[in-house]
Design a protein around this ligand. Structure first.
Ligand SMILES: [Fe+2]
Length: 261
């Protein structure tokens, strides 16, 4: 178990991510304005934007979501709202779900955050076109249920505010977590992200988790985070897989749908 807490600038973040599969930095190191966290938190982490998630795991979490369609062209980043924000088969809940949508690109400060977080992907590892899932979460106790993959290319967690202790972000080697989500070895990283800190990691290299929030005496624990995913094309952009069931019930043909002209 280790605690790797040295904030790094963008170039260091790229090299850490390439070398270790994860990197930790801060909003300040990345050049976000000093008042960014307070302004962003005030604008979005309230009951007008965040909604309850009935049946959600963990219970009690409020959330909102956006999906950004991005393009890298000659080093320039172009962003626009994606038409869909549907989540499929996440958090151990099969099927499709819709959550409250917030169109972040209507807001210059939110666009600046999205551009900053997308820039954490090393230039040689960027997709020319892709989607970027952005989730706003307010949690009051359990942050996640057990170590898991998000099944996307990269995950980014940015802590805006935390009241209380605990909430240690943990990265495990995938083989060190049973299929039932029980760790069989210590995590390779345990780090309590403080407000302003950002972690990015390669989702396939780790199962990630966060320990429960621990209230301090006389306070109600609460943690506000932005959790993003650099998505695989299959999540929103690739054509859906075609499955044809044979007479014997087997998948006779599997492939990509060809779009008709
Ligand atoms: Fe996750």
């Amino acid at each position: 178990m280790s605690d790797d807490s040295a904030p790094t600038c963008l170039a260091d973040t790229w090299s850490d991510l390439s070398a270790k599969g994860y990197a930790i930095t801060t909003d300040e190191a990345l050049g976000l304005p000093e008042k960014f966290r307070a302004n962003f938190g005030q604008t979005y982490f309230n009951d007008q934007v965040l909604e309850d998630d009935p049946g959600g795991k963990p219970p009690g979490r409020k959330r909102a979501r956006d999906v950004i369609l991005y393009k890298w062209r000659d080093g320039d980043l172009h962003v626009q709202e994606h038409k869909k924000i549907t989540i499929k088969d996440r958090d151990g809940r099969p099927g499709e779900r819709e959550h409250a949508r917030v169109d972040l690109l209507n807001d210059p400060q939110a666009e600046e955050l999205i551009r900053t977080l997308l820039s954490l992907v090393p230039p040689d590892q960027r997709q020319s076109d892709g989607t970027f899932g952005v989730n706003l979460f307010r949690t009051v106790k359990d942050v996640v249920t057990s170590p898991h993959h998000d099944h996307e290319e990269l995950c980014v967690i940015y802590v805006l505010d935390r009241v209380g202790g605990g909430a240690q972000t943990q990265l495990y080697k995938p083989d060190d977590v049973s299929d039932q989500g029980k760790p069989t070895a210590d995590p390779v990283l345990t780090h309590q992200l403080n407000p302003g800190e950002i972690i990015i990691f390669k989702d396939d290299l780790f199962k990630h988790s966060t320990t429960p929030l621990e209230p301090s005496s006389g306070e109600t624990a609460q943690r506000d985070v932005v959790v993003c995913t650099v998505d695989y094309r299959e999540t929103y952009l690739a054509p859906p897989a075609l499955e044809v069931t044979g007479a014997d019930g087997s998948n006779a043909v599997t492939g990509a749908l060809t779009r008709c002209p």
